[in-house]
Design a protein. Sequence first.
Length: 277
Amino acid sequence: MNQIQAVYNGKFDFLDKIKISPLSRAYTFSDSVYEVIPFYNSKIIAFDKHILRLKNSAKALSIAINIDATSEEIMHLIKQCDFKDGYVYYQASRGVDDIRSHVYKESISTETFGYIVEHAFKPKSLKVMFCEDLRWQRCDIKSTSLLGNVMSMNFASDKGCDEVIMHKNDLITEGGASNVFFINNDCVYTPSLSSNILPGITRELLITKIKERGIRVEEGQYTIDDLINAKSIWLTSSTKGLAQVSEILDYKTNLEMDNTLFIKCEEIFKKNFLSRG
């Protein structure tokens, strides 16, 4: 296996050479934010949007971040890699404490870390299950505080599922690592943004492009029953692209894997963001 290129506090090295303090607040408190920046055919997908979201997440937690230096580090990782398809994981934590403490010192210095890996953007159908949304109340911030996601995703994996679709008070929020879309009556539906939903970049890109092509999109509040009765369901993320749901554990559905409207949405997304041309 090729060594993974990484960067820590502005210094580039191989991932297995980088050492992070056990008193990093990313480790002790998940006091950090992150982004996953995909690139396809050596072209970064929506770089400015990812950088802006990272900046906004850091601002929401009052984490100081040099966004210009961060951008340069991400660009450098991509330019020096020897593969065309992949993603950069980049994280900014509040810093390293002298000793673990809930209250941080104002003088603490931001700690940054990132790495790059190869990734094949291949369509995959998913078996999913519903689960209660156990996450904290600010899911609109892309924080590394992901224990609720981890618990749900591993429970789903133990049940033979690939992903989860979460709900709070019977209202659909999002997937374990994705946004949710579904089709009914020749319309594309997706839960509207709130503090329970991350403003997904792929979600935004897809909505914009399919609306441009005249496809009707509605954002609102939707229930488990809405998904059970849907003609097509898919999940979106920076690494999944559009991943169609083929089965929901313990529920009978009438999902159409060859749904014409889904195929059109997928083709529009691929043409705009996953094209070799």
